[in-house]
Design a protein around this ligand. Structure first.
Ligand code: SAH
Ligand code: SF4
Length: 441
């Protein structure tokens, strides 16, 4: 979501003449887009700001100006604190107000002083944004924002606000535009994307399953994905879409957080471990090759050794193709921050280590299970090394093949069958099953 927001900020300031710069030192405007989900992300902001202050001063000595802005969820949650600790920051604004960037920049250049803009505007942000200007082969399309779930550990409902779904018309128009501009894969985005309930023009309300069916009909749209989902919002229509829509990729990021019911209840997750297992069964029945990814938090207040052991068992039972795992981070203002029985740091460290070991093994095993198989790969960019080209498997792994003799442009944007020859933890290597154009060159 932050990658998407950052690129939309670039779209908003482009008409003012701003272009992306490779380095901060020669930029006239630097926007740090921030995440507030864990404490570590917030700490990074202040060290980054210190570095920018040096560059800002160096520019000022040459009689030039560098506008420094802090955007995103840290700005939303700690705007006043940022202004106090870093008074040289010109603008502080939350994730809902960046469509107003041109006005904010104008005020700063007029010398109106520092700006703090953390409102939740009445006009939905998406209606105030210009069209997406640039797109890669793989594009993000934001369809939903905010969250009403209030998991006890999470800042999202406070920083991003209440759940909001865009209209079906606006989403379909944006999807068509992205495909016209060259995208071949669209990832539908939302903090709680499967809670989507968008209004159609006839006044009916569509869920995510129905939206996916409609989008899949767009010519040249080869792949659809969506992220991030909550287990309680996986309805039958969405599960069926995994069976009925071939372009909906067989990979699902479905955070579970813990495999122990007492922890899930304390987290206010509204589902039990068994509900998740039941869901996985239904999803795999609908799409047998579906690979799963998840998020885990270890060391949530009150988590016992027995609870943690249940999480490890749970991971072994499900088998994940990949996963993210985090030590619980106490976020001021969230209900869990006030809970007794906070877990000591060294216990969290040990648990994270144990969990990550299993998850890493599962990821390597999953990737290795693909060696010798033929998979469709959507090619999107140069590889990391010369003479390589990069694409993504249906399961999102980076996949590299030797650059075909006809060169990059002959292959980028195409989805081609690749025989996988080797696998690492985070990537695959392979060769085209049928050489480009069907003839050996
Ligand atoms: N909407 C998604 C993702 C929210 S944030 C969901 O419902 O899962 C992404 C991940 O960050 C979460 O899934 C959770 O695992 C992690 N996270 C959120 N708050 C956290 C906290 N206080 N400490 C540690 N991890 C946290
Ligand atoms: Fe945060 Fe996700 Fe829970 Fe919403 S559903 S409160 S975004 S973890």
């Amino acid at each position: 979501m932050n990658v998407y927001d950052s690129s939309r900020m670039a779209d908003v300031v482009a008409p003012l003449g701003y272009e992306s710069s490779e380095t901060a030192a020669d930029a006239d405007l630097v926007i740090l887009n921030t995440c507030h989900i864990r404490e570590k992300a917030t700490e990074k902001l202040f060290s980054e700001l210190g570095r920018l202050r040096t560059l800002q001063k160096a520019k000022a000595e040459k009689g030039e100006r560098m506008i420094v802005a802090v955007a995103g969820c840290v700005a939303q949650a700690e705007g006043a604190e940022i202004q106090r600790r870093a008074p040289y920051v010109d603008m502080v604004f939350g994730p809902q107000t960046y469509p107003q960037l041109p006005e904010m920049i104008a005020r700063v250049t007029r010398g109106a002083g520092g700006i703090l803009n953390t409102d939740f505007p009445v006009e939905p942000k998406f209606d105030a944004l210009p069209q997406q200007e640039k797109t890669g082969i793989s594009a993000f399309l934001s369809i939903q924002e905010g969250c009403d779930k209030f998991c006890a550990f999470c800042v999202v409902p406070y920083t991003r606000g209440a759940e909001y779904s865009r209209s079906i018309k606006a989403i379909c128009e944006e999807a068509h535009l992205l495909i016209e501009k060259g995208a071949r894969e669209i990832t539908l985005l939302g903090q709680n994307v499967n809670a989507f309930h968008g209004m159609a023009e006839d006044g009916s309300v569509w869920g995510l399953g129905k939206l996916i069916h409609a989008l899949a009909k767009i010519p040249n749209l080869k792949r659809l994905r969506y992220t991030t989902s909550h287990p309680s919002d996986m309805d039958a229509a969405l599960i069926d879409a995994h069976r009925d829509v071939p372009s909906l990729m067989p990979f699902l990021h479905l955070p579970v957080q813990s495999g122990a019911d007492p922890v899930l209840a304390a987290m206010n997750r509204k589902h039990k471990a068994a509900d998740y297992l039941d869901l996985v069964g239904k999803l795999r029945a609908a799409r047998p090759d579906l690979a799963l990814s998840s998020d885990f938090i270890v060391g949530f207040p009150g988590e016992t050794e027995a609870d943690f052991a249940q999480t490890l068992d749970f991971v072994r039972t499900v088998g994940f193709a990949q996963a993210y795992s985090f030590k619980y981070s106490r976020r001021p203002g969230t209900p869990a921050a006030a809970l007794p029985n906070q877990i000591p740091e060294e216990v969290k460290d040990a648990r994270l280590h144990a969990l990550q070991e299993i998850l890493r093994d599962q990821q390597i095993k999953f990737n290795q299970s693909l060696v010798g198989k033929t998979l469709p790969v959507l090619f999107d960019d140069d590889g990391r090394h010369e003479g390589q080209i990069h694409g993504r498997s249906p399961f999102t792994q980076s996949t590299y093949i030797p650059l075909p003799p006809r060169g990059r442009d002959a292959i980028v944007g195409q989805e081609l069958q690749v025989i996988i020859t080797s696998a690492r933890q985070n990537s695959l290597k392979g060769d085209l099953a049928i050489p480009l154009g069907g003839v050996r060159e």
